[in-house]
Design a protein around this ligand. Structure first.
Ligand SMILES: [Zn+2]
Length: 471
């Protein structure tokens, strides 16, 4: 027989059901609020609230290690840095090898022809022969010819066998040479312009070794500005330098079918967010923002916050690294260099930011920074002047640096060159509407972006462009 509840029991049951409903709704609200907070959908709220995202709490509880940081003036940007050597990444070297024009342009590269007196055809002595220099054409144990030059006294001029100028035409060239010296060897390019003036460009330095070492190199002849090149190598100290198998070979024409432009900003200034971001939206462009890790982690005033960077990232911009503390990386001790490289990446990763890209502070890099940074970063952007193409080394991306002295004509010229030769142009900006040479006005940026929009170039972040170029 069914029990019939009396009125009092019915009310009690209804109350219990109501309480259960209220508790259920409150639980759902609680879980949703937590999830919203946890996944920082409430970015704006959090920005103005002492509560921070998980990544920030983690970073702020951990102070970065202190180490000697050599800061330079901003005007060092791009000056001197182009002299550094970065060995080509294996896939880049492979790309050279599969795109070489057949001819080695070096005269008598086999050293088999000799002139009267015994010197090889196509090579000459860099200095007058006297008691402190010597030059010879020798043969090794395997009867292979090689050239030897020697400087016997430290303060004497260097002794170098100089190859005849190699006539240049196209944009991209591969070169290599085999060298042997007990002392460090400096390798340079001597470039001659059409008016006969010359540019001597130090390319790299390698350590001394008793066996042969092969150096692979690459250079560009942008807009055919040089008519010839000579590859030079000499010991930086007293002693002998041996040289054989010199090669200069043209690379097949850059096969990109449209030019690309990347708009990059260094240092992560808040003025970029305030003044440039509306223009990014107006022109519908994406940029790459290279931010300083410790400033991001500690939300240093004047720099973009994590929330602002996340907003940019959500709008399609790339957030990449510009080191942990903006030190000159080439002046850091080895352990500090490794620490800086991994911590700066970690700041971005732990905050859900970043593409594993990196731009060198002051554009300063060398073989040590390359060795360290390529372990954790997909590319490194230098401040070396130039354009990039199919043969770009991801660890030596070239740029054009924009300051408040840069004219609209220069901007238009770079864009036109990139369009004409299907280059990848990387522009470097810093601040907007602040003071100093590295700050441009909103009006300037507006005009630059209008030119970019009208250039016919594809606008891509550095990460996107590298994927398109290295396809
Ligand atoms: Zn910087």
């Amino acid at each position: 027989m069914a029990t019939k509840l009396n009125k009092k029991q019915q009310v009690a049951l209804q109350k219990r059901q109501l309480y259960r409903k209220i508790i259920g709704i409150m639980a759902i609200i609680g879980v949703v609020s937590f999830l919203l907070y946890r996944f920082t959908l409430l970015d704006t709220f959090i920005t103005h609230n002492p509560l921070k995202t998980i990544g920030q709490i983690q970073k702020e509880s951990k102070d970065f290690r202190d180490y000697v940081c050599s800061a330079q003036a901003d005007d060092m940007l791009g000056k001197g840095a182009e002299l550094s050597y970065v060995p080509p990444a294996p896939h880049v070297l492979e790309r050279y090898k599969t795109n070489l024009e057949a001819t080695n342009l070096v005269t008598n590269a086999s050293l088999s022809s000799t002139r009267e007196g015994g010197d090889p055809v196509g090579f000459s002595r860099s200095t007058v022969v006297d008691e402190v220099h010597s030059y010879s054409l020798n043969k090794d144990e395997a009867n292979e010819p090689f050239l030897r030059s020697e400087r016997k006294v430290a303060n004497a001029s260097t002794a170098t066998w100089v190859m005849d100028p190699v006539a240049l035409k196209q944009t991209d060239y591969y070169f290599s040479v085999e060298l042997r010296s007990q002392k460090p060897i400096s390798i340079s390019l001597l470039l001659t312009r059409h008016d006969g003036s010359q540019q001597y460009r130090s390319y790299t330095q390698i350590n001394g070794k008793s066996s042969w070492q092969k150096v692979d190199g690459y250079f560009q002849n942008i807009e055919h500005q040089y008519k010839s090149v000579q590859i030079l190598a000499h010991s930086t100290k007293t002693g002998t330098t041996d040289l054989r198998k010199p090669i200069v070979q043209a690379l097949k024409q850059n096969p990109l079918n449209n030019g690309i432009v990347s708009i990059t900003f260094d240092d992560g200034w808040e003025s970029i967010y305030k003044f440039a971001r509306p223009l990014f939206e107006k022109y519908d462009v994406v940029t790459t923002q290279f931010v300083i890790g410790s400033y991001t982690a500690k939300e240093t005033g004047g720099y973009m916050t994590v929330a602002q960077l996340k907003n940019l990232q959500a709008a399609g911009h790339e957030i990449a690294s510009h080191s942990l503390k903006h030190c000159d990386q080439t002046k850091l001790a080895a352990t500090d260099l490794a620490y800086d490289a991994s911590e700066t990446k970690d700041v971005l990763t732990s905050n859900g930011l970043g593409s594993a890209g990196y731009a060198y502070p002051y554009g300063a890099y060398d073989v040590e920074t390359f060795n360290e940074l390529q372990k954790l970063h997909r590319y490194t952007r230098t401040s070396d002047e130039g354009f990039n193409d199919y043969y770009v080394n991801p660890y030596q991306i070239r740029t054009q640096n924009v300051t408040n002295q840069t004219t609209q004509a220069e901007i238009d010229g770079w864009l036109a060159t990139a369009k004409q030769y299907n280059y990848w142009l990387v522009l470097v900006y810093h601040r907007v509407d602040e003071s100093g040479e590295y700050s441009i006005t909103v009006d300037q940026l507006n005009k630059h972006l209008a030119s970019i929009q009208g250039s016919g170039l594809t606008v891509m972040t550095v990460d996107q462009a590298l994927k398109a170029v290295n396809r």
